[in-house]
Design a protein around this ligand. Structure first.
Ligand SMILES: *Cc1c(COP(=O)(O)O)cnc(C)c1O
Length: 431
């Protein structure tokens, strides 16, 4: 079905894209190819595979048939040319930047990011000689001003974790384009069901598959999707993709693989040498999750809208950041960026401040107090004392995780039950 795949709708593609009955057994569900290596037909076949002259399976650090189905499925759902899966969302961010960066280069990133990403970008990437410049991405002048000769990408989240801020991806893509740079969008909170960043001009999309894509809190995984549209050879800024690669006898990835250059580089260099590989068992769980992605996201959105409206009118609540509420500064962007809804993640600021937040978290019963989101279960966390703990108070506030705020990931339980739990816990938190 691969050559007519574009005719199918999202609900069909989330089940079928990339998968076909197993050629060896006819198994309808994608088998978990629990194997490390693959037998070569002969020495010539092995040599062709190692030279990247023929595409096939060598060793599961690079490629695995179960993982390959997942890669094709996500690439299709995002409207990209290819995708590389890896072991976590954070691995995906390194895998996305790795071909673009080198010592002395920088990436312009949004201040509104998942706390772990703020730490990864502000601290850890320095060890590679890379740096990040944090800017308010709604301030287009600031974004433009932050770009210099050493900038190699712009990075933002479509719907930001935890505050629910929605990025104006079209405007950022235009700025990136004018500067000859790729725009990387972390689409974890939105998923391709709610937002397709490539349609808004993004070059690369990264995911923590740990969250909504898998959807039930079972495995960690990440993914980098390439739009296939960026001209890596237009400038001398991206030599890893445009210049001869010594490790492959001078092969030029962009010239040789065209729209698949980034994907092939991610496998042949990124996974080969960084080794942040996704295992086939994890790929299986994520494939199972994606089969019901649209149904789950509809229910996450429906519940989030109901619960956020209820919370907004509660006496103990100071503010709710859900972009699906008219009071949100991002509300106007929902129709343009994520027309099927603003997701299932938001923050709630309590009038009782830090103390009330901690009491709320401790008294919730249906909600689980965990450092995760995008589960079928409703989840809660006090970001300032956990996921965003490493950040300065200024960074916490800029990221939407001030001390008086709890992050809520609305599950797909009955909305009445979610509200009842919040109601009893808020009473205790404000007494
Ligand atoms: C969780 C998360 C990440 C990191 O993903 P892991 O799978 O935990 O490594 C990155 N970005 C966002 C928006 C996230 O929510």
């Amino acid at each position: 079905m691969s050559d007519k795949i574009h005719e199918f709708g999202f609900d069909t593609l989330q089940i079928h894209a990339g998968s076909r009955p197993d050629p060896a057994t006819g198994a309808r569900q994608t088998p978990i190819y629990q194997t490390t290596a693959y037998v070569f037909r002969d020495a010539e076949h092995a040599a062709a595979l190692f030279n990247l002259q023929e595409v096939g399976y060598i060793y599961s650090r690079l490629t695995n048939p179960t993982v390959a189905v997942l890669q094709e499925r996500i690439a299709t759902l995002e409207g990209g040319s290819g995708a590389v899966c890896c072991s976590s969302g954070h691995a995906a961010q390194i895998m996305a930047l790795f071909p673009l960066m080198s010592p002395g280069r920088n990436v312009v990133v949004s201040t509104r990011l998942y706390g772990g990403s703020v730490t990864q970008f502000s601290q850890t990437i320095k060890r590679f000689g890379w740096s990040a410049k944090f800017v308010d991405i709604d301030d287009t002048d600031a974004v433009k001003a932050a770009i210099d000769d050493d900038t190699r990408a712009i990075f933002c989240e479509s719907i930001a974790n935890p505050g629910g801020h929605i990025a104006d991806i079209d405007t950022l893509a235009k700025i990136a384009d004018d500067a000859g740079l790729p725009l990387i969008v972390d689409n974890t909170s939105a998923t391709p069901y709610l937002c397709r960043p490539i349609e808004h001009g993004a070059t690369l999309v990264v995911h923590s598959m740990t969250k909504f894509l898998t959807g039930n809190g079972t495995v960690t995984g990440g993914c980098v999707v390439d739009s296939g549209t960026f001209d890596w050879s237009a400038s001398d800024k991206f030599p890893s993709l445009s210049e001869p690669e010594p490790a492959y006898h001078g092969l030029k990835f962009h010239e040789t693989f065209g729209p698949l250059a980034f994907t092939f580089h991610g496998i042949a260099i990124g996974l080969r040498d960084l080794g942040m590989t996704l295992n086939p068992q994890a790929a299986h769980y994520t494939l199972m999750g994606i089969e019901t992605l649209s149904l789950r996201m509809q229910k996450h959105v429906e519940n989030a809208e109901t619960v956020a409206s209820w919370l907004e009118n509660h006496d103990a609540v100071e503010a709710v950041t859900y972009a699906g509420l008219k009071s949100s500064p991002s509300y106007d962007r929902v129709a343009k960026i994520c027309p099927k809804g603003a997701g299932g993640l938001f923050t709630v600021a309590l009038k009782g401040g830090y103390e009330a937040c901690v009491k709320l978290v401790d008294n919730l019963e249906l909600f689980s107090h965990v450092a995760n989101l995008g589960d079928t279960r409703s989840l809660v966390i006090h970001s300032a004392s956990t996921t965003h703990r490493q950040l300065t108070p200024e960074q916490q506030t800029a990221a939407g995780a001030a001390p008086n705020v709890v992050r809520i990931s609305i599950g797909i339980e009955d909305a009445d039950d979610i509200i009842a739990d919040l109601d009893q816990a808020l009473k205790k938190a404000s007494s």
